[in-house]
Design a protein around this ligand. Structure first.
Ligand code: ADP
Ligand code: ASP
Ligand code: MG
Length: 447
């Protein structure tokens, strides 16, 4: 059971989470928590401030966070002896963070390694508080340190877990606790190298933690508890009329996550697919609402299109190379350059003499462009958005593309791509047109 930032965002949210966990007690849950909503961003601020030498402001952020966590403790840990225990533990973690920020300020240390060490405190606090909150409600919660379990490489900021070691340790620490009748609570998003240096799995990575642990322990189900009624026909913050989907396939959920549906971290589905472990996405504010069940089955959908995802902040690189005409090895050379610079591309389209790829704004640094220029003429456009229409129905139902393009007739489309899975149609458009495009498509398929 994974609880996201808003689902542990304050005392009342933590109480709801406690109740939900209690309701699953006989199913022997393992709990994964995110930091309280907004805390990861604030911790990143504090790391940056300290690294710039502004220790005063960095510590002001810590004070603000401390107040927020202390307020939550008084609301969720009722028994006096447990409360003073919790205060003490959390106090120790805060003192550790302050020392760390002092060190960063003295050394003017910035960068992903320092950020990971600071930012990993958010999940540490919520995991400790939730474990004590459970205990306070007569549920034998116990904190298990994710840094002992989720062993990763040293790619700070987006570390890659070692699945074999993770499985061994998940058994040794988490399963062992469950067998003792305990309810382990661990940090999402956070891991450590074998030497114990804290790492993180990338923003939104708590979902991924839950999936990794679920796969390692071959659990019956993974539940992602969030602030909406499951996977929806579009982001409800943009399309207020979006509806929740009772079911989705692994492929659909993976495509939606990859193309910007923030409700699920893009890496979440993969570890679970091979074992056929279902994922539920559920609303911690309305635990009785059905939510979405994601499995390998192609759901019996009334709609041929399932959902529309979008992602902003996209850059397109166009590479025009007349000598590509009839040449082989060109794409290899091009993608070797992306590999060398450690850059992931999202959408790719090709013509006889040109290739276009989309990547995140900010990832196209000068070195990459210079290397690409050895292959041909490079142009770059920023502030694009990817819009992606997803549904198993796209595979066989004729006429859907026609409806999509009709709905988008007033929007200039700059790239079009259909994935090999044939369940998505993806476009790149100007960012300024993105809301209009998603709105039109949603009206066409879900009005
Ligand atoms: P958590 O903190 O629980 O991990 P996130 O903020 O990461 O929650 O993800 C939940 C948010 O994802 C929702 O509040 C919603 O705005 C957004 N979202 C984007 N696309 C979708 C979608 N297709 N279905 C549901 N939610 C979506
Ligand atoms: N707290 C982390 C973040 O904000 C991880 C997560 O919420 O999944 O990115
Ligand atoms: Mg999330």
């Amino acid at each position: 059971m994974k609880f996201g930032g808003t689902s542990v965002g304050d005392g009342p949210a933590m109480l709801r989470a406690t109740e939900i966990i209690g309701s699953r007690r006989e199913r022997r849950p393992i709990v994964v928590v995110s930091a309280m909503s907004g805390v990861t961003d604030r911790l990143l601020d504090s790391a940056r401030l300290a690294g710039e030498g502004d220790l005063h402001s960095a510590l002001a952020v810590v004070r603000e966070l401390r107040e927020r966590h202390e307020a939550a403790i008084t609301q969720v840990v009722f028994r006096p002896e447990l409360r003073s225990q919790t205060d003490e533990v959390i106090g120790t973690h805060f003192a550790g963070l302050e020392l760390m920020l002092e060190a960063l300020a003295l050394l003017r240390e910035t960068g992903a390694k320092a950020e990971d060490a600071v930012v990993s405190h958010g999940e540490l606090w919520t995991a400790e508080i939730m474990a004590h909150a459970l205990e306070s409600h007569d549920i034998p919660g116990t904190w298990v340190d994710a840094r002992q379990v989720v062993i990763t490489d040293g790619t700070f900021g987006r570390a890659v877990p070692d699945r074999r070691m993770l499985a061994e340790r998940a058994h040794a620490y988490l399963d062992a606790a469950v067998r003792k009748g305990q309810v382990p609570v661990t940090q999402g998003f956070v891991g450590a190298t074998l030497r114990g240096t804290p790492t993180t799995l990338g923003r939104g990575g708590s979902d991924f933690t839950a999936a990794l642990l679920g796969a390692a322990l071959k659990v019956e189900e993974v539940e992602i508890w969030t602030d909406v009624d499951g996977l929806m026909t579009a982001d409800p913050r943009v399309i207020p009329s979006a509806r929740s989907l009772p079911e989705a396939s692994y492929d659909e959920a993976a495509e939606l996550a990859f193309f910007g549906a923030k409700v699920l971290h893009p890496a979440t589905i993969l570890p679970l697919v091979e074992l056929g472990i279902p994922v539920w996405i559920k609303n911690s504010l309305r635990p009785d609402a059905q939510g979405t069940r994601v499995t390998s089955q192609t759901p019996r959908a009334a709609h041929t299109v399932k959902s529309i995802a979008w992602k902003r902040g996209v850059t397109i690189i166009n590479l025009r190379a007349p000598r590509m005409l009839g040449a082989h090895g060109f794409l290899k050379a091009m993608f070797e350059i992306f590999e060398r610079h450690g850059i992931a591309v999202d959408v790719v389209t090709t013509s006889e003499v040109s290739v276009s790829v989309s990547l995140e704004n900010g990832s196209a640094e000068a070195g990459l462009l210079a290397d690409l220029e050895t292959l041909g003429e490079v142009t770059l456009v920023r502030d694009r958005a990817i819009v992606c229409v997803v549904g198993e129905g796209l595979r066989e139902t004729p006429g859907i593309p026609a409806r999509i393009f009709k709905a988008l007739s007033s929007v200039p489309i700059e790239m079009i791509s259909q994935g090999a899975s044939k369940i998505n149609l993806t476009f790149v458009i100007q960012d300024a047109h993105a809301v209009e495009a998603v709105t039109r498509l949603h009206e066409e398929f879900f009005a």
